[in-house]
Design a binder for this molecule. Structure first.
Ligand code: BTN
Length: 333
């Protein structure tokens, strides 16, 4: 029933977008439904942000697309066979991570996404808050079920970071960078982040919830205020409104390709692609990893995705997870 309603709305939209004007009666005839049913679907489309005008003389006219992240907007632009095939959409939610985890626990398929226009309790890495105003950004959680050992999980956010960086370059005139492990930055300010949560046994992973937060059209002033100057948004950086739908599509398309390559051939096969966007290697950094603070020069990432930091005393530390602060991008001091 839900699929039928969803499909009918899609059909109505297609017709409205093709015809300049069409009466409720003709629309109903073409779809074999009553005028009242047409009217109900039109009202639902309006509620979802589409601008549709009606007049007694010319009938319904399509004026403007919605800017909401509706499944019927996202699906047509996906070239994927798994990622985003099922989309659970919310106008408002506490955190997409929680809903996705519940769905994964109940057996939802790999590639299912949960997406929301706003989150009241959006969370970031290390217990931080993720600022999630209505329609400002993209807040999505993707369910993954890879056959990996728990020790390989930290490679997933790295490949997601690469997918995101590539997606951004397809859509925006901006040059994104990745700060290890997975902060997406523009001019050293953070525009997007990735949070990985999982359910696992000793010998394998049940599921991973890959949370992606992107500051798209959120005013940069709001982000600066709420993130102590660390965060920014695309609109803040290039002054242009960006289609969130296109960015979600581009991310999912890229992610599926990279994820498949990774599953087939391991992290080593995409390490060089990742390094194209990397902003960490070569820099002098301070890394907070658990209760350790390590300072030194980031010299490389290895085939496992671990960051190698050489301290001033010459010892090389392999960092599995942590927060990186870049002290000097050129690594001279
Ligand atoms: C980070 O701290 O860099 C990671 C931020 C991840 C935020 C996203 S928004 C969608 C998903 N739901 C959440 O509550 N968090 C993640």
């Amino acid at each position: 029933m839900i699929i039928k309603i969803f499909r009918m709305r899609e059909l109505i939209l297609n017709i409205l977008q093709q015809e300049k004007h069409i009466s409720g009666e003709n629309l109903g005839k073409r779809l074999n439904i009553s005028r009242t049913a047409v009217w109900k679907h039109i009202n639902e489309l309006r509620r979802r942000g589409y601008k549709i005008e009606s007049s007694p003389r010319s009938g319904y006219s399509f004026i403007k697309n919605t800017s909401l992240l509706l499944p019927e907007e996202i699906s047509p632009g996906l070239q994927t066979s798994v990622m985003g095939k099922h989309i659970k959409y919310y106008r408002e939610i506490s955190s997409t991570q929680d809903i996705a985890a519940r769905m994964a626990h109940e057996g939802a398929a790999e590639g299912t996404i949960v997406i929301a226009e706003t989150q009241s309790k959006g969370r970031g890495r290390m217990g931080r808050q993720w600022v999630s105003p209505f329609e400002g950004g993209i807040y999505l959680s993707l369910i993954l079920r890879p056959k990996l050992l728990p020790s390989q999980i930290m490679q997933i956010p790295l490949i997601a970071g690469l997918a995101l960086a590539r997606a951004i370059t397809h859509i925006l005139p901006l040059q994104p960078a990745i700060k290890w492990p997975n902060d997406i930055t523009i001019g050293r300010k953070k525009v997007a982040g990735i949070l990985t949560e999982m359910s696992s046994e000793i010998d394998g992973v049940n599921y991973i919830i890959l949370g992606v937060g992107i500051n798209v059209n959120t005013p940069a002033t709001l982000l600066a205020e709420q993130t102590a100057g660390i965060g920014t948004s695309f609109i803040g950086e290039c002054g242009k409104y960006t289609s969130r739908v296109r960015l979600v599509q581009s991310f999912l398309n890229e992610f599926e390709l990279i994820y498949q390559k990774y599953l087939d051939s391991g992290f080593g096969s995409i390490r060089k692609d990742w390094q194209v966007y990397d902003t960490t290697i070569g820099a002098r950094v301070r890394v907070k990893s658990g209760n350790r603070n390590i300072e030194g020069r980031a010299i490389d990432i290895d085939d496992n995705g671990f960051l190698l930091v050489k301290t001033d005393k010459g010892s090389i530390n392999r960092i599995i997870n942590g927060d990186v602060f870049i002290i000097d991008p050129a690594g001279l001091n």
